[in-house]
Design a protein around this ligand. Structure first.
Ligand code: DAH
Length: 344
């Protein structure tokens, strides 16, 4: 081989061994194969050689060029592979490391109870309705057949927004005004429940709070009887507390129902023997109920000789307390995370 070519090859091989990076490699390529590279220059010089040398040097230079080219490619591949391997090494994920703690929230015990009750009543063909918490006194009291002298109308018992004659606004003291709103909006027949917040100026002890929750129920249709009321509410009690639960109805008085009753359930804790959950009586007071008073139906223009219905109202906070063994109503409203976490 031509002496020049020979030493170029030796130099190239030595330089290649020293290459550490892709940058070094590129510089090496430029040195040999670039526009002013050694090989390129030799190729360009061939035209100046004596005629008989041209084909020999040309052939050898070509061979050297492909040798250098393939050596460079091989070195580049190797450097690339090294880079990929070292990146993989650096970015390795240790799947055995402990995970980051995710703070997953949970439903408030009251919302759990509301969801459960809604499911039960949806299963019996009821729909869920909503009503305003800020209510006209007309809806909260008058349409519900409550007499003008009723004590709950007292300024000291309810939260009034305005006491102007004829346009009194009150924080609703019960969910019962939803009965009126839904009857007006949807007419009959009707089968609804409506859970929600109610307000009374009342916080004497651990079982009373100025804000608490009720669920209202209303069924109006032709031929609705006390039998429908009992059948529905008994089924409700069994679904909520279990198949073995017994119910009893005691006469009571509400203005918007006649006759009216309160329903007790046998104590799910002691089975009726008497314990501290039921106060030793074996029974737990669950809800108020009754046959919708004709005055209520007539007040919203429904013919009470054609239609009849039953209604009920239950305290949701009490149900939550019974279900989860909570002994102070105020825990439900204090948002203490240590309390709430237990239900997540
Ligand atoms: N609104 C009543 C209360 O707050 C509860 C109630 C009793 C609702 C009887 C009713 C019912 O719909 O029929 O004490």
């Amino acid at each position: 081989m031509n002496n020049d070519l020979n030493s170029i090859k030796t130099n190239f091989v030595q330089s290649l061994e020293k290459v550490k990076s892709e940058k070094d490699l590129e510089a090496l390529r430029v040195n040999y194969l670039g526009k002013k590279g050694e090989i390129t220059q030799i190729m360009q010089n061939i035209k100046n050689l004596p005629k008989e040398e041209k084909p020999i040097v040309g052939k050898e230079a070509n061979q050297l060029r492909s040798f250098i080219d393939s050596e460079l490619k091989e070195a580049r591949n190797k450097l690339e592979q090294d880079r990929i391997n070292s990146n993989l090494e650096k970015e390795k994920i240790d799947v055995t490391l402990p995970g980051k703690d995710q703070n997953v929230g949970g439903l408030h015990p009251l919302n759990k109870v509301i969801n459960e009750l809604e499911d039960i009543f949806l299963g019996m063909g009821f729909t869920i309705e909503d009503g305003p918490e800020i209510e006209w006194t007309k809806y909260n009291f008058d349409y519900l057949n409550m007499p003008p002298e009723h004590s709950s109308r007292d300024l000291s018992e309810s939260f009034y927004y305005s006491t102007d004659e004829g346009k009194e606004i009150v924080l609703r003291t019960q969910t019962s005004p939803v009965q009126i709103r839904v009857l007006q909006k949807k007419g009959v027949p009707l089968r609804i429940v409506s859970p929600g917040r109610v307000f009374r100026a009342d916080d004497i002890d651990a079982t009373h709070s100025p804000v608490f929750h009720q669920i209202e129920g209303l069924v109006v249709d032709k031929n609705i009887t006390m039998g429908d009321l009992k059948g529905t509410l008994e089924l409700f009690a069994k679904k909520l507390f279990g198949e073995d639960i017994k119910t009893r109805f005691r006469p009571h008085q509400f203005y918007f129902t006649e006759p009216s009753a309160e329903m007790d359930v046998s104590c799910f804790n002691c089975g009726g023997k008497g314990c501290n959950v039921c106060g030793g009586t074996g029974w737990i007071e669950m809800l108020g109920c009754g046959m919708v008073h004709p005055n209520v139906l007539e007040a919203v223009g429904i013919d009470s000789s054609e239609y009849s219905g039953f209604a009920f109202g239950a305290g949701l906070d009490r149900i939550a307390m019974l279900k989860y063994g909570i002994n102070d109503l105020r825990l439900l409203f204090e948002n203490d995370i240590r309390f709430l976490k237990q239900f997540a």
